[in-house]
Ligand binder design. Sequence first.
Ligand SMILES: Nc1ncnc2c1ncn2[C@@H]1O[C@H](COP(=O)(O)OP(=O)(O)OP(=O)(O)O)[C@@H](O)[C@H]1O
Ligand SMILES: [Mg+2]
Length: 657
Amino acid sequence: MSRGLRVLLCQGEGGDDAEVARLLVGLGCNVNCERVADEATLEARVAHEGGDLVLYGVAGAGSEGGDARAAGALRALRAARRADPSIPFVVLTDEHGRDVAVAATRAGASDWVDLDDHVRLETVIAREQRLARERQAQRRIESELGMQAARFRALVEKSADAVCVLGPEGAIRYASPASQALFGRAPHALVGVSLCELLEREEAEKAREVLARVALEPGRSEAHELRMTASDGMRRLVRMIAINQRDDAAVDGIVLHLRDLTRLRQAEEALARSDQQLRQAQKMEAVGRLAGGVAHDFNNILSVILSYASMVLDDVGEGSELGQDLLEICNAGRRASELTHQLLAFSRRQVVEPRVVDLNAVVTRLERMYRRILGEDIALVTTLTPELGRVLIDPTALEQVVMNLVVNARDAMPRGGSLTIETSNVWLDEEFAEGHLGVKAGPHVRLTVSDTGTGMDQVTMQQIFEPFFTTKEPGRGTGLGLSTVFGIVRQAGGTIWVYSEVGLGTTFKVLFPRVDKPVTARRAPGLIADLRGEEQVLLVEDDDALRKVARGIMRRNGYRVLEARGAEEALALIADHAEPIDLLLTDIVMPGMGGPELARRARAMRPEIKILCMSGYTDDAIVRHGLLDDELAFLQKPLVPDALLRKLREVLGAKPA
Ligand SMILES: Nc1ncnc2c1ncn2[C@@H]1O[C@H](COP(=O)(O)OP(=O)(O)OP(=O)(O)O)[C@@H](O)[C@H]1O
Ligand SMILES: [Mg+2]
């Protein structure tokens, strides 16, 4: 059922609104009458509660003059229209008020009706009822449209993407609030500016081309990635989608949707990087297991070959033809041993002896050698930060890292150039640590080696850390340099990464965790004049041939040797042997109990016993990470007589007179 017409009845001087109300009810109109006493009430009612129709009565003779009555009618008309400019205002009159009614109609009242003309009154009411319904529907539509517009405005204005509309000449006509973060100007300050003015020249050029294509016809769209410097001075990567909406009357322009991809892209890159690092680490692990297994046996075999060859060489002397042949065997053996050593280094299975090291000191000490390696056409620049933090790493391994990078740089600059070695302190934040496998946030020491050489393309760069990857001709490179570097760096808890541009050069950055400890004193190698000794040695080694040759070397040089094939046998010997045992020489990796555990037990039984561990590789995480007890001396396999004898004297101390 349609609701009744809401009528506000207002009487001019002399009228009787009760009568009018009765009349309306009598006509059978569906009306809802409210009587208002004066213009002020009328205005308030219309303003706050609304109304469909104002009926203003000027019937009866009244006491006022015509002008005053007309003025009253006009005041009421204005009051009603102030509250609602479209509210119908009809004057009800009789012959006394007709002039006033006419004047009011001229001044803007909707109509006037004679009180006695019931038919017309009914018609006017019916008409106003219809108009009121139409107005209501119109208002509903308008409010719905208003809501919709507000909704769409909110969609654009609250969107994280910046939205801009370009006018026909390419100037910004509208910019959403998110534009401010990208362009560093308030949205209203962007109006009238062209997008290209906001970009650097090269980017502007590209953007101009995209916009020109999109402008060709309505409906065209194109996506494009823009690089720009945002208001905060940061470089940003922005995805722009330009859509030609010229055919849309409401927009009539080119709409740009701009999304900041910087964080997303960074996250993707970090993910890809740690993925690559993980794969690399897994590959190393697999190769390492294999290399470790081979190297263990290989070192023992090499020990035997090298030891016998050098013992016989000692006997015959280098002067003879046989001596020269033996020298060749020794040289070949040493090369083979270097290769095994490298295999172990990159697979992180070499026994390391980490020390607290000053990177600056290492670079300074080796600077002369680098200059020799680089030759005259390559300038060497070293920029060493004073007060550089210390790092915990095997010094020999660290030298190997720098050396490999220097040699690679030299090879990349066949026509000369310059090489820069730089050290500095850096702080890695959580975000960086998350994106780099095995890296902890905190203070680090950075070594940067950059060259002005050939550089590398992306495809090469992705493979350089792989063992045996080389672009050098056969004989010039084995492809183990960088995989070794990678292994050493990771073993020291560090990370490495590379920037390169074809034709411009390459930069390697190596980061090591910083340690706050004083530098470990270098053990002076010391000249040992007499390599012979008479002490009692207990030799523990599971490889028969190696045991035999080690025993031979020591006996030939005056030592007394007890032998055991494993830890259990050794412990039994220690328990049974009545005489003092001066030194325990033990392999680290043995079936059953390993060397370090044997050493611990031996020391418990004989606190004065000296210990020398030997190994070619290690599988034991404790030893591998350099947690070899500081009091355990270490000898690298393959065994060669000279090194063994030196080490024995080093550990046993000066020979008693
Ligand atoms: N500074 C550099 N500039 C350009 N390319 C480089 C640089 N360093 C390494 N590379 C590339 O990475 C490859 C692998 O380097 P890596 O040190 O592992 O092996 P290699 O130098 O070829 O051989 P090796 O070091 O075993 O003698 C090189 O062959 C070369 O293509
Ligand atoms: Mg190399």
